[in-house]
Design a protein around this ligand. Structure first.
Ligand SMILES: C[S@@+](CC[C@H](N)C(=O)[O-])C[C@H]1O[C@@H](n2cnc3c(N)ncnc32)[C@H](O)[C@@H]1O
Length: 511
């Protein structure tokens, strides 16, 4: 069978707008929470470094700055490009004004999410479901928006994913240990549900049963009991005949539910899954090889549960904020088709590696769209004003990390290397995009760099490099690391890096 499976390297809005209407069975989205700072920090932790520079793992997340209420109407007109009905626009205006009043910093984020949710509704099948993963700082705003877009009747659950982890330093509040996942159907009358997956088996040892409130009857069978509820007298009579009724001291009728005994000696209680999910361990605590070091990576079992409840084999699952690709790895495992979108190359590469490591022969089964592969692709990006993406991409290929505000900085990022305990060395990277590199350019670069701190320097040239340049570089001498000599100033052309040639430095630290 020919699969739809694709990974898009792009802003998701562009891609979502081009997906066929009513073609997706399940959407799971886990947008970056409302905190830029968190990402930089997490990324450097993931690499085991204490990086003081303003290093960015994700390119900036949303760029909407709303300074006054007048900007709100402008944004609604600019961002919501279709002919929305006037009541919806009026709703947006009012809700955005309220958020501006109560939490100004949140507004850009909510607008960013709202535009995408509106488009996502269109591409969801009538039988489809959408799950949005967020945290308690934004969930109350997002639910109002989802009610308006998907309809409050289609709301299924507010799932609380409760996890454990470090308790947090604050002495003025409790520790926050849950995320919120909103589940909406596109249309409750035609929603697809695999009922069997609404239940789970709880396994208990016999020695634990009493402690958990289970009782043993005269025949030695373990059970729990519940009030009769709406059972008729006739039904109660029938249940009594098969030993399913217990009468309390006050003569109240309760119905017995027997536990099954598994082959392994455990007792099993089949229970409907509640909207509090407390048995899915967060990756912060897990020591498994599931951990990819990607900030905000979610556990596979969380996604598997969602996919099993709402889809069947060959259905199409979309994750527009794919990150480390948890959703699509789970989809592939469960034989669903999938589409992943992410706008950072860090994510695309993590997903690619994760796919290869998890499944054999997976290459035949999917395409990656939008990642430049040759010089022409790079120049096309530059001509489309995507200088920032180009710089990110180059740094990623050579094992570097971008710094904040990358378009406007002289140094684009650093390659960290030679980590010994908590210390490491770093090579600043200067990307020379516009011009043919000359000896004067190089002299200029060296003059502009603080030589005391940057003992080794890397330059990227878009054009090929002549012998005169290589000879000139030798004049800057070398540095010695672990008794080996490395040229102090090094240069790579775009063609070099596309052929996987790397700077000559020892033990690059990368994610
Ligand atoms: C919270 S992470 C997702 C983590 C993911 N659920 C996992 O298990 O690894 C959010 C992701 O959204 C991506 N992202 C942010 N804005 C985006 C946009 N406009 N289009 C596509 N991806 C975006 C970020 O690069 C990041 O990888």
């Amino acid at each position: 069978m020919c699969h739809i499976n694709k990974i898009f390297y792009s802003d998701n809005l562009e891609i979502i707008r081009n997906i066929k209407k009513e073609s997706i069975d399940l959407i799971y989205l886990d947008p970056p929470f409302n905190s830029k700072r968190k990402y930089n920090y997490l990324h450097s932790i993931a690499m085991g470094l204490d990086i003081k520079d303003k290093t960015l793992a994700f390119s900036d997340i949303w760029n909407i700055n709303i300074e006054s209420v007048d900007d709100i109407k402008k944004y609604i007109d600019d961002v919501f490009i279709y002919e929305y009905d006037s009541a919806f626009k009026c709703f947006l205006n009012n809700i955005f004004m309220s958020i501006f009043y109560s939490n100004k910093d949140m507004l850009g984020y909510i607008i960013f999410i709202t535009v995408r949710l509106y488009e996502l509704r269109d591409i969801l099948k009538n039988s489809g479901s959408i799950f949005l993963h967020c945290d308690p700082t934004s969930s109350h705003y997002i639910k109002i928006i989802m009610d308006a877009i998907f309809g409050s009747d289609n709301f299924r659950n507010e799932i609380i994913w409760h996890y454990d982890g470090p308790q947090g330093p604050s002495k003025t509040k409790l520790s926050t240990k849950h995320d919120v996942i909103f589940w909406y159907a596109k249309n409750i009358d035609s929603i697809k549900i695999n009922e069997e997956y609404l239940y789970e088996d709880i396994k208990l040892k016999e020695s634990e049963l009493k402690h958990h409130g289970y009782k043993k009857d005269d025949m030695g069978k373990w059970y729990y009991d519940l009030p009769r509820g709406s059972y008729s007298d006739l039904s109660i009579k029938k249940l009594d005949a098969i030993n399913r009724i217990r009468k309390t001291k006050n003569n109240k009728i309760r119905i017995k539910y027997f536990l099954d005994e598994g082959e392994d000696g455990y007792f099993i209680r089949r229970k409907k899954i509640s909207d509090v999910w407390a048995n899915i361990v967060s990756l912060g605590l897990a020591s498994s090889n599931e951990k990819k070091g990607y900030p905000t990576q979610k556990p596979l079992s969380l996604l598997e549960r969602i996919i099993k409840i709402t889809t069947i084999e060959n259905d199409i699952v979309l994750d527009p904020f794919a990150g480390s690709g948890t959703t699509i790895i789970a989809s592939q495992k469960l034989n669903r088709q999938w589409i992943a979108i992410d706008k950072t190359i860090l994510s695309i590469n993590t997903i690619k590696n994760r796919m290869i490591n998890t499944f054999k022969d997976i290459n035949k089964d999917y395409n990656i769209v939008g990642v430049p592969e040759n010089k022409k692709d790079f120049f096309e990006l530059i001509n489309n004003n995507k200088l920032r993406e180009v710089k990110y991409l180059i740094l990623d290929i050579i094992g570097g990390i971008a710094i904040d505000n990358i378009e406007n900085t002289f140094i684009s990022g650093y390659i960290y290397f030679n980590k010994i305990k908590n210390s490491f060395l770093k090579m600043p990277i200067i990307i020379n995009i516009e011009k043919h590199i000359t000896i004067d350019n190089i002299k200029n670069i060296i003059e502009n760099i603080d030589n005391s701190e940057n003992k080794i320097i890397g330059i990227i040239s878009f054009e090929n490099i002549g012998d005169d340049i290589y000879n000139h570089l030798l004049e800057y001498g070398y540095i010695e690391i672990n008794k080996n000599k490395y040229n102090r100033v090094q240069i790579l052309s775009l063609e070099n890096i596309l052929s996987d040639i790397k700077f000559d430095i020892p033990n690059i630290i990368r994610n």
